[in-house]
Design a protein around this ligand. Structure first.
Ligand code: ADP
Ligand code: ZN
Length: 610
């Protein structure tokens, strides 16, 4: 218990928080009791505190194994800013830097050491690990050890051997945001966790709001979204590199400051882009899923998915990069029915994992398709988005969120039986082998080369919906897809009837679609409080003076709390969430001065010093 008090002190002094979040406390307790741990916590829940705080109270070194260079650099940078001696070992270091870091590690200068899994087999590093007292091994992104996980890394399989080779086995704590049972089981067995305590925190992120928008012109919709949020950090995810390039170029042409990021770019270029984003020189990054696993930036205010991703897991992880600091943030999915085809194509033509047998590969592919259909169900649904996410991750939300795009939209049931039946007949009569555009041409009785060359004027469906515009029929087709009557499949997009449609026809039931009648305008959450702006300015100056990202000084949530509480004394300031002793010593006075200045200019009485 005494250890827990010291842990709380460390949390307060170094990180400026006065309490652990749910899950963190249990995780820290487990580690301090010397027990192994498997923690499943969603992105933004605060996993790093779970091993960083014990690292500060345990006697020896804490070794953190992490898959990504950028993630390590970011965390070490933040630790150093908080006054905690830390270092990383990965291939980004020069030979000289690497040797120096090894020497310092041997001298016991670091409390926390981050290492890429490949380092664990490097003789010099291994020797030191055997020599020093290692109090804790933390495995970050632990799902990387599992072939079933999304980011399998064979080098993670070496971790167990490394642990077994240490003279004294320290407790091992594994962290992941992936919750499925098979992955969890594999983590335990492949890392050789011994009777681990399992801590699973809720997946709800109350500060995030969810939107799905069906936009026919996604480029314009995106530009509009970004314009409404000038000055805020945002990430736009696209499914392919080509789309990333196109979208970024389009935004740049419109004069919006956005940069592309994908794995086809040089490492140098990617690092530069990432740094520009972290240091707030560029507000918007347009990226493939290659961007983000290592991005710890806590003040991302919105994440837009320009296209539907392949699974809810991927979606929640990527969208979850918004609002890690706990301040309000938005997650927006721009959905179009054709996204399904692209994702299907990617599943069917993806690089096969060479470590899987043909049988296993087929199984993985089938599971990927199932996941994709779940994702589409989310994109097409009309019920509370947050509730659906939570249910997907195995929770049972008691009420709707009241602020997602579905909760805010008014839906009405529309009976479209007459037109829908004609549309169904058109699809059947043309052999269920055309895409939407062609089917509509036939139904509207168009006189095009396509129609003539295939003698479609003789088709019984020809001209049956002549009085409707192409646009209205396209819209209806979209709604029928969303409501599960029609589907678009195949490499060449073919429109066909689902079982639901066939059942409806044979039972002479009405065709009813749920459609949004009005969607309340989403308000932009950025309040432009001028004290907050002044504090931001102070933060910007300090950050550039210290050459660290703005959020490493204090994050947005802390600045908001400062702007609200307007502390005038050191002790008041220390009561603000996120302000600890160490950071107060470094930056506190600058912020106190800004607040005092604001008070004077705004005619607020200064409170007496205590
Ligand atoms: P994860 O690794 O789980 O995605 P992080 O460790 O990056 O999450 O933490 C997310 C954010 O939450 C960070 O900005 C961190 O400072 C903040 N945070 C962590 N623990 C607490 C806490 N106990 N109280 C308040 N904020 C916290
Ligand atoms: Zn909702």
């Amino acid at each position: 218990m005494q250890e827990m008090t010291r842990a709380l002190e460390a949390l307060n002094t170094y990180f400026g928080y006065d309490s652990f979040r749910p899950g963190q406390e249990q995780a820290v307790n487990t580690i301090l009791a010397g027990q192994d741990l498997l923690a499943v916590m969603p992105t933004g829940a605060g996993k790093s505190v779970c091993f960083q705080v014990p690292a500060l109270t345990l006697p020896g070194i804490t070794l953190v194994i992490s898959p990504l260079i950028s993630l390590m650099q970011d965390q070490v940078r933040e630790l150093l800013a908080a006054g905690i001696p830390a270092a990383y070992f990965n291939r980004s270091l020069s030979a000289g830097q690497y040797r120096t870091a090894l020497v310092r590690m041997r001298q016991g200068q670091y409390r926390i050491v981050y290492a890429a899994p490949e380092r664990l087999t490097a003789p010099a590093f291994l020797d030191i690990c055997r020599e020093l007292e290692i109090s804790l091994i933390a495995v970050d992104e632990a799902h990387c050890v599992s072939q079933w996980g999304q980011d399998f890394r064979p080098s993670y399989l070496k971790i167990r051997e490394f642990i077994d080779s240490l003279p004294k086995r320290p407790p091992v704590a594994a962290f992941t945001a992936t919750a499925t049972t098979p992955v969890r089981k594999q983590i335990i067995s492949l890392l050789g966790l011994q009777n681990p305590a399992q801590v699973v925190t809720g997946f709800d992120r109350p500060n995030l709001t969810w939107q799905v928008r069906r936009e026919s012109d996604r480029k314009s919709a995106l530009a509009h979204i970004i314009r409404q949020r000038q000055d805020q950090s945002g990430i736009v995810y696209c499914a392919t590199r080509k789309t990333v390039e196109e979208v970024a170029e389009h935004l740049q042409k419109l004069g919006l400051s956005a940069r592309p990021y994908h794995a086809g770019m040089s490492e140098e270029k990617r690092r530069q882009t990432q740094d520009d984003f972290i240091y707030d020189r560029i507000p918007v990054i347009v990226a493939t899923n290659a961007f983000g696993m290592g991005i710890n930036k806590p003040d991302v205010r919105y994440v837009v998915h320009y296209q539907m991703p392949g699974s809810m897991e991927a979606y929640y992880q990527e969208a979850g990069r918004a609002g890690r600091d706990g301040d309000p943030a938005q997650c927006i999915l721009l959905y179009s029915p054709q996204d399904l085809r692209l994702q299907t194509f990617m599943i069917e033509n993806g690089e096969p994992n060479p470590e899987l047998s043909a049988e296993e590969a087929a199984l993985v592919q089938k599971r990927d398709m199932d996941r994709l259909f779940q994702m589409r169900a989310y994109a097409q649904s009309t019920s509370c988005l947050r509730s659906q996410i939570l249910r997907y991750f195995g929770e049972d939300p008691k009420e709707d969120c009241g602020k997602c795009s579905n909760c805010l939209a008014d839906y009405e049931d529309r009976d479209v039986t007459a037109v829908a039946m004609a549309l169904f007949a058109g699809i059947i009569r043309t052999g269920s082998r055309f895409g939407q555009k062609r089917v509509i041409e036939v139904l509207r009785g168009a006189d095009t080369e396509f129609i003539r060359s295939r003698n479609l004027k003789d088709n019984p469906a020809y001209g049956k919906l002549r009085e409707h515009t192409a646009k209205s029929l396209e819209e209806l087709t979209g709604q029928l897809c969303e409501n599960g009557y029609l589907q678009i499949t195949g490499d060449y997009p073919v429109l066909s009837l689902t079982r639901k449609a066939i059942r409806t026809i044979s039972s002479h039931s009405p065709v009813v679609v749920k459609t949004a009648t009005s969607t309340q305008r989403y308000t932009v959450l950025a309040e432009s409080d001028d004290l907050f702006e002044a504090l931001r300015q102070t933060r910007r100056e300090l950050a550039s003076g210290h050459r660290i990202p703005a959020y490493a000084v204090f994050n947005d949530a802390t600045l908001h709390a400062m702007a609200a509480k307007k502390p005038c004394t050191k002790s008041d300031m220390l009561r603000v969430q996120g302000v600890g002793d160490v950071k107060f010593r470094k930056y506190g006075n600058a912020f106190l001065r800004t607040i005092q200045k604001w008070n004077r200019e705004n005619g607020q009485e200064e409170e007496a010093e205590d």
